[in-house]
Ligand binder design. Structure first.
Ligand code: ATP
Ligand code: MG
Length: 491
């Protein structure tokens, strides 16, 4: 166990950490903070939800001179929501040092952003496209930046962003400190990264698997056309506090969302075609528990830290293993437990194996639950609610009515009726989700597939209520338009 005090963290930040409830440093924090405070360039790789934000945030804040109202720290992140979240965490950490971070991202009014920039933030957390826009307009000057961070570095150095990142880094003085962080770092990307840095120290927190141990990983082999009903059954059985359902295309996200709403679930969708206002309001409703199921493209796969996400469903298995790691990492954060359930069509089994090889973890097979299982699951939720009410012992006011009821009816009938009223009976509104082609191993970023060794430690287990296999012909037709989600979100 390492305390932040032992790492040489100064008292204003110690005070903030105490307020945030951080008692000890996580392994990535313990290793990174001293090295980065000495001025080293660092490539930090650690599993999802293990505190990488504070690992780069604390040394960055330590270096900042609050009296100098110039941008001294720059953090670049791939999505708008992540930029906002990272700026919030930095502001919490910097609260007692009079250091301020500002999130700058696409989809927000330029004028409002320019006004906020005039206030002189010390740290800017930006998405690449909008940052470049400001640099061109000279509304952001990064020539005083001492520390630059690429959060989700492998994503930022991937095809979609690499040119923007090069342009951004060109604007920062050579003698800068550069910190790169991610839960995944494919070798070819690490090679690009080292070229942008000065003798970087690589910190890779030792973990047997790339995924977090406290996420139970499952897969369900299911033909495309049964996916939606299977999802419904899972949601009914597991009754997640908050669940994220990832799908491959924006169109499918819309269709799944509408389908879930039609069946009576509190679901909302998020993807890159929505206005920023809508994206924010959906995310806020989800964080506040006013929406239980967030249906998303990979725009929500990286970095987002939402407590209470107990389940992640891959309605469609992602193309690359890294995406799988980040998606399921939206649950099981900061030591909490989580479940990840991936739907795999019969033709995608080979792809599943290739993901397992890279992540060095195994997904256990689940049989698709039946409608009956789902009904039982829902009744179980009602039972749990009744037991909770019994435990609270605050029932005196109901005794008289209960007695009257029992005079006219037998107890089983009364309880069954109460359970019926408390059970969410699913509407059987027909829902059609347009199908997509299955993912094949070849398509899935080919060269990455064979680069890591196999792992044979786990057998494939079973779980669930022993449902029947809703087997059938694979309905995975082709979606001619493609309509694939572009990686990341360039503004
Ligand atoms: N030392 C700590 N003690 C307790 N909680 C912490 C500590 N460090 C970070 N956390 C909390 O853990 C959660 C996850 O942290 P963070 O978002 O930085 O993870 P991450 O490693 O960046 O994950 P990802 O790879 O998904 O981006 C956050 O809610 C954060 O506030
Ligand atoms: Mg992060």
């Amino acid at each position: 166990m390492t305390t932040f005090n032992e790492l040489g963290v100064s008292s204003p930040i110690m005070k903030a950490l105490e307020k945030m409830g951080f008692e000890e440093a996580t392994p990535i924090q313990a290793e990174t903070i001293p090295l980065a405070m000495q001025g080293n360039d660092v490539i930090g790789q650690a599993q999802t939800g293990t505190g990488k934000t504070a690992a780069f945030g604390i040394p960055m804040i330590e270096k900042i001179n609050p009296k100098e109202r110039k941008i001294q720290g720059l953090i670049v992140a791939p999505t708008r929501e992540l930029a906002i979240q990272v700026a919030e965490e930095i502001n919490r950490l910097a609260k007692f040092k009079s250091v301020r971070a500002l999130a700058v991202y696409g989809g927000q009014h330029m004028e409002r952003q320019i006004r906020a920039l005039k206030d002189g933030p010390h740290i800017v957390v930006a998405t690449p496209g909008r940052l470049l826009d400001h640099m061109r307009r000279k509304t952001i000057r990064i020539n005083m930046v001492q520390t630059a961070v690429l959060d989700e570095a492998d994503e930022m150095l991937n095809m979609g962003f690499i040119d923007d990142i090069r342009d951004i880094l060109k604007g920062i003085p050579e003698e800068r400190q550069t910190l790169l962080f991610s839960a995944t770092m494919p070798k070819e990307i690490r090679d690009i990264a080292t070229n942008l840095m000065k003798d970087p120290k690589e910190i890779k927190v030792k973990a047997k698997e790339m995924t977090v141990e406290n996420i139970d990983q499952y897969f369900v082999e299911i033909p495309e056309k049964f996916k939606f009903d299977t999802l419904n059954n899972h949601l009914d059985i597991n009754s997640p506090d908050l669940a994220i359902v990832f799908s491959r295309t924006k169109k499918r996200v819309d269709e799944i969302t509408e389908g879930l709403q039609a069946r009576g679930y509190r679901a909302e969708g998020i993807h890159g075609d929505l206005t920023q206002g809508k994206r924010m309001s959906v995310l806020n409703k989800f964080k506040g528990g006013r929406v239980d199921v967030l249906v998303a493209t990979d725009v929500a796969a990286r970095g987002l830290d939402i407590s209470g996400v107990t389940h992640v469903y891959n309605f469609d298995i992602p193309q690359d293993p890294e995406s799988y790691v980040h998606r399921i990492g939206r649950t099981g954060r900061a030591g909490r437990a989580g479940e990840a359930i991936s739907f795999i069509t019969p033709r995608e089994i080979a792809h599943l194996k290739s993901i397992e090889k890279v992540t060095k973890s195994k997904m256990k097979r689940l049989m698709p639950p039946t409608n009956q299982d789902a009904q039982k699951g829902q009744q179980q939720v009602a039972v749990e609610n009744i037991i909770k009410a019994i435990d609270q012992k605050d029932l005196k006011n109901y005794h008289e009515t209960a007695n009257q009821l029992l005079q006219d009816n037998d107890s089983i009938t009364v309880i069954a009726a109460a359970l019926k009223l408390l059970t969410k009976e699913r509407r059987d509104t027909p829902v059609r989700i347009s199908s997509v082609a299955p993912i094949s191993v070849k398509k899935a970023h080919g060269s990455k597939d064979n680069r890591r060794s196999n792992n044979k430690r786990y057998g494939s287990g079973q779980r669930g209520q022993g449902g029947r296999n809703q087997g059938g012909r694979n309905q995975g037709g082709r979606n001619r338009k493609g309509n694939f989600q572009k990686r990341g979100n360039r503004d």
